[in-house]
Design a protein. Structure first.
Length: 99
């Protein structure tokens, strides 16, 4: 199976076709030249999030205003862990250099 790039409009078309044909993922994949798994995933995303679920967000970070409180706290914890690791490495280097 060769990879085909799809835009959001094409994914919408594929999902609508699949839903119209009683969620026949295999037939849809064959017709549009994509994998069964991809058609299945697009249909599930559409089912849960609607059209927004078909957006390709790869390589895009969420802005601070889009993050939940939990996600903000998780980012803060990661940043603090990174800073701690840097400090620990610096301390180790200073101890080795002082010997």
């Amino acid at each position: 199976m060769t990879r085909k790039k799809t835009n959001q409009q094409k994914r919408e078309e594929i999902v609508k076709y699949c839903r119209y044909h009683d969620l026949n993922y295999k037939e849809t994949a064959k017709k549009y030249g994509c994998s069964y798994a991809q058609v299945y995933n697009w249909c599930k995303k559409y089912e849960h999030k609607g059209i927004e679920g078909l957006k390709d967000n790869r390589g895009r970070k969420s802005s601070q205003s889009e993050l939940s409180e939990l996600e903000k706290m998780q980012l803060q914890v990661k940043e603090l862990q990174r800073q701690l690791e840097i400090s620990q490495r610096e301390n180790m280097l200073l101890k080795k250099g002082g010997t």
